[in-house]
Design a protein around this ligand. Structure first.
Ligand SMILES: [Zn+2]
Length: 334
């Protein structure tokens, strides 16, 4: 567990002075901190960077409001802490190196904001039917209404032959042009969880940690947000069983955004794209590339928050028998 250290952590330790504590470890940050990052970047990985292997859009470039004037595909080495081209202007021009889904207006100008129970939301959108292939989590800060950090890993199946993995990845990620980056970076699910827990234990805003081991094991001031119940009700427990690990305690409850949407707007939207359609938000990136879908879900989340929705836990496992999931809202998408 202690053996993995983010290349960003390593870099920051080497190149003081450090930015504020939480963001200093982050592959994503506000534009200002991001430019600090670019200036001080040193090569942190021996992986080669193939431009053609970053995410390619199926959507035309659609401008978002305000400062997000031109959409670019994410650099998928960068999202995993492994981009070696941070000093290459052409590369930076071509690929996005920030996870922000920022608003075009200041948060203080928004009238309908509710006081939320949580300070942070962890937007999670897994990919992979047989085994998990991608594990993207975006850290959404309720104060700034933006994504301030991310944890993203491609996941290598454990119970599949090499031949089947290759076919599977070519079929799924080949169509987005990101199969090469998948092969370059994918690690086993157990390792992903170890690295994720290091990420969760980082300092945030100088003092908050999203999770501490011990106690009831729940997140601290944060909740997972998913689009549906499948990710945390079905897929993570299944993958834990396949990988021979215990279900981590922070996966015991979550917010299904579709249920929040239904209860707040009183309209049924059975999927991410239908929620976006209902809200008039154009989807960006490649649908079913987990990191792009997570960003789109974060944009739906931001829309709900700015319209005044209260985000509460919608599903919780019973402590005594974790197989039992209780759904907490009466109206829900089944
Ligand atoms: Zn890059």
């Amino acid at each position: 567990m202690a053996t993995w250290r983010s290349p960003f952590l390593r870099r920051t330790l080497l190149l003081s002075p450090p930015p504020p504590p939480f963001l200093q470890f982050s592959p994503f940050s506000t534009p200002i901190l991001h430019s600090q990052f670019k200036r001080s970047f040193v090569q942190c990985s021996s992986l080669s960077m193939e431009e053609s292997t970053s995410s390619t859009p199926i959507q035309p470039e659609i401008p978002e409001t305000g400062r997000n004037s031109r959409w670019k595909p994410m650099c998928l080495y960068y999202t995993q802490g492994k981009c070696t081209k941070m000093d290459d202007a052409l590369h930076l021009e071509k690929f996005c190196h920030s996870c922000s889904v920022e608003l075009g207006e200041s948060v203080s100008g928004l009238k309908n904001l509710q006081k939320q129970e949580f300070d942070y939301f962890l937007v999670l959108d897994l990919e992979g039917k047989v085994e998990i292939l991608e594990f993207p989590v975006l850290l959404f800060d309720v104060k700034t209404m933006d994504v301030v950090d991310a944890f993203h890993r491609f996941v290598r199946p454990t119970k599949m032959s090499e031949k089947r993995i290759n076919e599977y990845i070519e079929g799924k990620y080949g169509s987005f042009g990101v199969d090469r980056v998948w092969h370059d970076t994918a690690i086993n699910f157990e390792e992903v969880i170890e690295q994720f827990e290091i990420w969760l234990r980082k300092e945030c805003d100088g003092h908050i940690k999203l999770w501490r081991e011990g106690g009831d094991g729940r997140l601290n001031g944060a909740a997972f947000v998913t689009c549906g119940n499948w990710d945390l009700k079905t897929k993570v427990p299944q993958q834990c069983e396949v990988s021979g690990i215990k279900l981590p305690p922070y996966f015991m409850e979550w917010i299904n955004l579709k249920d929040i949407f239904l209860n707040f707007y009183n309209r049924r939207a059975p999927g991410m794209l239908s929620m976006m359609r209902e809200l008039g938000i154009p989807p960006l990136g490649s649908h079913h590339l987990g990191i792009d879908d997570s960003k789109n879900i974060a944009r739906v989340l931001r829309h709900l928050l700015t319209d005044g929705a209260l985000l509460q836990i919608t599903a919780r496992r019973a402590q005594a028998s974790p197989d039992r999931v209780r759904f907490l809202l009466q109206n829900r998408i089944k």
